[in-house]
Design a protein around this ligand. Structure first.
Ligand code: FES
Ligand code: FES
Length: 157
């Protein structure tokens, strides 16, 4: 198995490491780089738990090879809050709407909504529904997530 040297910017910091050809970005971020806020559920692109932002787009990191992310800017849930601890608006919305239970699905949802609102400050219902439809919450807390998403969109939760 060949090993490759790759360099990413993770949450604003340059990170140089090594990855085997078969290693996924999710494994690289968790095991090599220590960003365990990247959660891994299904490992085949269905649950959304592993979602991170790669060069501005929400990506399922279990479906991307680490070597494909060489040179990219990656944001994980650890990179959302400001350095002084101020929550990102997406984090605040989930908190305000009590939109998490066990929290397993939460990082992936946060990253999808963060990417969505970064590209469209006022996403409409259709866009919100499409974004959340890619996430499975085993605790079935969908109403809270929906309220949080609508709060972000400036709509009445
Ligand atoms: S772990 Fe990647 S989509 Fe489920
Ligand atoms: S809060 Fe438990 S899986 Fe979503």
């Amino acid at each position: 198995m060949s090993t490759h040297s790759i360099t990413l910017t993770i949450n604003g910091r340059r990170y140089a490491g090594t990855a085997e050809s078969r290693h996924t970005l999710s494994d690289f971020l968790r095991v090599e780089a220590g960003y365990t806020g990247v959660h891994v559920g299904c490992e085949h692109g269905v649950c959304g738990a592993c979602t991170v932002i790669v060069d501005g787009k929400a990506v399922r990191s279990c479906l991307m090879l680490a070597v494909q992310a060489d040179g990219a800017a990656v944001t994980t849930a650890e990179g959302l809050a400001a350095p002084d601890g101020t929550l990102h608006p997406v984090q605040q919305a989930l908190r305000d709407e009590h939109a998490l239970q066990c929290g397993f699905c939460t990082p992936g949802v946060l990253m999808t909504l963060a990417a969505l609102t970064a590209n469209d400050a006022k996403p409409d219902e259709e866009a919100l529904t499409a974004a959340l439809s890619g996430h499975i919450c085993r605790c079935t807390g969908y109403q809270g997530l929906r309220r949080a998403a609508r709060r972000l969109a400036g709509a009445k939760p």
